[in-house]
Design a protein around this ligand. Structure first.
Ligand code: PEP
Ligand code: MG
Length: 591
């Protein structure tokens, strides 16, 4: 029977496909047969993982004992005792041989069997041990195969991925041609699941609490990334309706192709510069195909997220040089890495000391300024790539909060430039250095930043989060995440005005820049450069070519005069739907 779930729409489009469930850490490890000759290697891997787990647990026990007392440390003593107990480890080794299988399958099966035995006891004290065994199992598996990526790499057909949560490193591990849509139980509007899905051009819905309990692998599912609806086992009538909308969307996309070589100008002839946001160099082809005039935001942290360890200078350089080559003279804004908050490397995810409040923690430029050798490796690579085609590459620092921080970042950039020069590398001394305006402090002091920055790029994803104190990845407060709030609009205007006064370029590269309903407001407050994922560029161009600047100014003026944030959002949506109904599959505002 058809069942309908709601979530938060984070990437548009409709997918109709088969469910693929991505378990979290408590997953089943698939059984994989391996050649007999590899068995000794599996025993060795298992021993190493057990030893590594024992070492981690000993440190934890000691620290807990010191900080929280002997009682709290007992839990780790229990874990350690289990790992030292041959009645647990012997069956693991035995399974490798009897099943000719991998160390991870043997370890997870033995742990699972033990957990089931404990669960079967009447005594509640034994039952509570089941969770401990799962914890222990996760630790051993982490030391065998890394935290998250194993099942993903086994996805070998096109399917709708349903997960509890999806970290950027998991998303990055997918074979991109196999994923039709994402659905997660956690997450908010501008978290990185959505950014990834948009970059891949597939629909995604996040924050659909409890859905994993209700689905089975292979079920038919419809994911509506426009309205945030997920329909399991749809009946024939629903399927037909969605197929109809899918077809309209397909035709709309085809109709957009004719715009590719037309200029991006408003009806009154004002040119608007549309650029693309990318996570990987190979997305540049799509950006250009979609009519983008360069890259306004290269999120270089994905170089770190897709690797097990920090990229070398040469790996950075290879990626940036590839971008310069593909762009062939078009502009490229390389943002230095923005790790932390909701973007963790596998290594950071495994850390025993997660930050208590990572959104306000050591992320982005703060992290770079605390890890200078790593920061300088990236800066060297960027500057070397910038010298390939002088005048095309710009460097941008994320999450700049204070002028001192910006000056320090620039100081290290200059330092690196000197080193490169001394080493005989060509450099472009005129390379432009700018900053993201994505912290309210930066927008409020935009005037003073404008005096020392070559350009601004407004990151609305973070600006909204920090202005409204709404975690951009938290489904519980997703309804409060509103780029059309008066406070945010005020900060946008302050930033644009400060840039204009100082005569420096300003653009918007947050997700707001790619969403049609905000376009008229952004142009109306004076923005002339928007950078968005390639999938949204053609529709943006169509809208821009359908309006005048005066119309946009009127829309912005009206929006500013409305004294309810929710009403501003619906006003902007309604105006856009009236001008371009075909962008919404002809569906009603509620559809
Ligand atoms: C932003 O914050 O708007 C932005 C573009 O950066 P990111 O989404 O990568 O944090
Ligand atoms: Mg940001």
């Amino acid at each position: 029977m058809e069942r309908v779930f709601k979530g938060i729409a984070v990437s548009p489009g409709i997918a109709i496909g088969e469910v693929f469930i991505l378990d979290d850490q408590r997953r089943r490890i698939p059984k994989r047969a391996i050649p007999l000759a590899q068995l000794p290697g599996e025993h060795e891997r298992l021993d190493k993982a057990l030893q590594a787990s024992i070492a981690e647990l000993s440190v934890l026990r000691e620290r807990t004992d010191k900080e929280l007392g002997a009682e709290a440390a007992k839990i780790f003593a229990f874990h350690l005792g289990m790992l030292a107990d041959p009645t647990l480890t012997r069956p693991m080794h035995a399974l490798i041989d009897s099943e000719t299988t991998t160390a991870e399958y043997a370890a997870s099966t033995a742990m699972q069997q033990l957990a089931e035995r404990f669960a079967g006891f009447r005594d509640a004290a034994f039952k509570t041990k089941v969770d401990d065994i799962h914890d222990l199992s996760m630790r051993v598996l982490k030391n065998l195969i890394g935290e998250h990526t194993s099942k993903l790499s086994k996805l070998d057909h096109r399917a709708v991925v349903i997960a509890r949560d999806l970290t950027p490193s998991q998303a990055a591990a997918f074979n991109r041609s196999h994923v039709q849509a994402f659905v997660t139980e956690f997450g908010g509007k501008t978290g990185h699941t959505g950014i990834f899905a948009r970059a891949m051009g597939i629909p995604a819905v996040v924050g659909s609490t409890g859905i994993r309990e209700q689905v089975s692998e292979g079920d038919t599912v419809i994911v509506d990334g426009d309205s945030g609806t997920i329909i399991l086992d749809p009946d024939q009538k629903t399927l037909a309706t969605y197929k109809g909308w899918q077809e309209r969307r397909r035709l709309f996309q085809i109709s957009l192709r004719e715009l590719k070589d037309l200029p991006c100008v408003t009806v009154d002839g004002t040119p608007i510069d549309l650029q693309g946001n990318i996570e990987f160099a190979d997305e540049i082809t799509q950006v250009i195909e979609a009519g983008g005039n360069g890259v306004g935001l290269y999120r270089t942290e994905f170089l770190y997220l897709t690797a097990e360890s920090e990229p070398t200078e040469e790996q950075h350089y290879a990626a940036y040089a590839e971008c310069v080559k593909l762009l062939d003279g078009r502009p490229l804004t390389i943002r230095t890495m923005d790790l932390g908050a909701d973007k963790y490397t596998q290594e950071q995810e495994r850390s025993e000391n997660p930050e208590r409040n990572p959104m306000l923690g050591c992320r982005s430029i703060r992290y770079c300024l605390q890890n200078l050798p790593m920061f300088k490796r990236q800066l060297r690579a960027i500057l070397r790539a910038a010298a390939i085609r002088p005048g095309t590459v710009r460097v941008m620092f994320p999450l700049v909060t204070t002028p001192e921080e910006f000056r320090r970042a620039k100081f290290f950039l200059n330092d690196v430039m000197e080193d490169l020069r001394d080493e005989g590398h060509p450099v472009d001394p005129t390379v432009k250095v700018g900053m993201m305006v994505e912290v309210p402090a930066a927008a409020l002091c935009a005037e003073s930043f404008a005096g020392q920055s070559d350009f601004f790029s407004i990151g609305t994803n973070d600006l909204v989060q920090y202005t409204l104190a709404v975690d951009r990845t938290n489904e519980l407060v997703a309804g409060m995440y509103n780029p059309a709030s008066q406070a945010v609009i005020k900060l946008l205007r302050m930033t644009v005005d400060a840039a204009k006064t100082a005569r420096i370029p300003v653009s918007c590269c947050g997700e707001t820049a790619g969403e049609l309903e905000y376009t008229m407001m952004l142009l109306g407050i004076g923005l002339r450069t928007l950078s968005a994922n390639s999938g949204s560029l053609p529709a943006l161009k169509r809208l821009i070519r359908s309006v005048t600047i005066e119309q946009c100014e009127q829309v912005a003026k009206k929006a500013i005069s409305i004294d309810s944030d929710g009403a501003v959002a619906s006003y902007l949506r309604d105006v856009t739907r009236k001008i371009m109904p075909e962008a919404f599959d002809g569906r009603s505002a509620e559809g």
